[in-house]
Design a protein around this ligand. Sequence first.
Ligand SMILES: [Zn+2]
Length: 304
Amino acid sequence: MAAANVYGEDGLDRLVERRRDTAWFERALASETTRFVVGWQERLPVLDTAEGPRLASIGVPKLAPLVTGEPVLLGAIEDAVHVAIDVSNSDEADVVAVLPEGARLAELREIGSLLPGPEAALAASHRGVLLWHAAQRHCGRCGAPTVIAEAGHTLTCTNSSCGAVHHPRIDPAVITLITDGERVLLGRNKRRPGSIYTCFAGFVEAGESLEGAVTREVFEEVGLRLADVRYHSSQPWPFPAQLMLGFLATASTFDVRLDEEEIADAQWFTRDELRAIVPDGPVQLPRADAVARRMIDSWIAGEI
Ligand SMILES: [Zn+2]
């Protein structure tokens, strides 16, 4: 297996053993060595370098002029403790003013595939956990406000007769590269404008296995039956909260029938046809940070 998917690489020590150590976390939040990665309205700070974009973190004194949310312990990269902190209620100019000179606020989808592996993993956790906090201010069971626990990795209900503990909401979704042996079937989704042809994806339903979800989604979207379904790899995909589970499957029927609500077009492509794709042509492949793209590229290269 080649390198991990973007956002899923090792190299980020998540410091899980520290999450319940409140005294340690308080010391870390006050330490001049701790790095804070702000989050401002779904964007995060980057500095463009000759080697590409790098996350631009700041020390605790720089936070003083900002309106800050609850800190979340993301982990350590090479022993440097990193903390996410939401500053969405500050003015954008005030946020940019405390960043290192030349830094800017960027969308993760723009920079994800260009960051070093551990920084991409850190950025994915940053985005995922801050979005979850924003969406879970109240208990989903009783409606009372929640407060953070475990250094931001759980939210607990403040209603003592409820006491629910909420974990980050993650939505598992399967994504499948279908082959007939010589070609792959890629489709264009109706809801996404443009000319991107990609693998077929859908959310896993309650009570469903991953293999069952693959089989159901492929039949729903293109009407094919599958001879075998093999796991490929997984990828955190915090746009906003998916865990993408990549599968390879061989078709056992070949009569494509489109789900007309979902799929605008589906076509079989040979390796040569995919190698011949040019920028701005009628067929484009998915973005570079997506597991779908990695599976397609690996298939073109004959690796899978
Ligand atoms: Zn509750």
